[in-house]
Design a protein around this ligand. Structure first.
Ligand code: NI
Length: 268
């Protein structure tokens, strides 16, 4: 099916995401069974700052569909830059796109990533559903492992390509689990593992955003020369608080996201 409209694209992204992250579907189903209506706060995408596939390239279909650029972020420790976009229809999830700053890595990582990007068929990156196209290059387990030594993030993009890294439950839309602590406890009771890097709850009421996330589930990925079982995607939870103006804060907090990015680290 050719994806032409925003609802089709968002649906394709969700289907692709739950196919490789069945735990997210489980969490969503468990909450629904508790009488909750699960709304998405944001969808996160990852890429490299290579001119062919940078944030602005990935953002284009969203900008063409009513999204507006709202803020940008620097993740110094993770060597990332990100932008977030909001739709004029606020019931649409925000789109958060980060890119790895290649120039801050070794010449060999830059060369490897350049080789991956050069395999993308000309013009594919302009396709409307590029953000859920999957991996548009061939890669060996050796190159994946080489990238992993320098950056979890580079390795993740090299293995999974272009697809949502995570969806995010908007806690504000929940009734019974309106408090992030109550939600976290409930999820743990249900057997889900949460990312505890930097504490289970990242952020605070003071910065107007609290977030937690599941740990990424491991899945078997087929490479050119074999298979590896590696961290895939995670599910995030966000509770937003009003600014002094009374308006709900819609941005992101770099210090918190630095730790959230570790949800796809192998170490946990
Ligand atoms: Ni997020």
């Amino acid at each position: 099916m050719t994806v032409k409209t925003l609802p089709e694209l968002l649906d394709k992204m969700w289907q692709d995401y739950i196919a490789i992250n069945p735990l997210a579907k489980k969490v969503s189903d468990v909450l629904t069974a508790q009488g909750e209506k699960v709304e998405n706060d944001h969808i996160a995408l990852r890429t490299f700052n290579h001119p062919r596939v940078n944030v602005d390239v990935l953002a284009k279909p969203f900008l063409d569909s009513g999204y507006i650029f709202k803020g940008d972020y620097h993740f110094v420790e993770k060597k990332l830059y990100a932008k977030h976009y909001e739709h004029t229809d606020s019931s649409r999830p925000k789109i958060f796109i980060s890119e790895l700053k290649l120039e801050e890595f070794s010449p060999s990582l830059q060369k490897r990533v350049g080789e991956l990007v050069s395999q993308i068929p000309v013009g594919l990156e302009k396709q409307f559903d590029f953000s859920s196209i999957g991996r548009p290059w061939k890669i060996t387990t050796a190159i994946y492992n080489e990238l992993l030594k320098e950056s979890d993030y580079a390795a993740w993009v090299s293995a999974f390509g272009y697809r949502p890294n995570h969806f995010t439950v908007l806690i504000n839309s929940l009734k019974k689990f309106f408090d992030i602590k109550v939600l976290n406890e409930f999820l743990k009771e249900q057997g889900f593992k949460l990312n505890s890097s930097g504490g289970e709850i990242k952020g605070s009421k003071e910065v107007c955003l609290e977030q937690s996330s599941t740990l990424a589930n491991n899945i078997e990925v087929t490479f050119d020369d074999g298979k590896l079982t590696i961290p895939a995607c995670y599910y995030e939870f966000a509770k937003r608080y009003p600014l002094a103006s009374g308006e709900l804060y819609q941005g992101f907090v770099a210090a918190s996201a630095d730790k959230i990015f570790e949800s796809t680290s192998k170490g946990q």
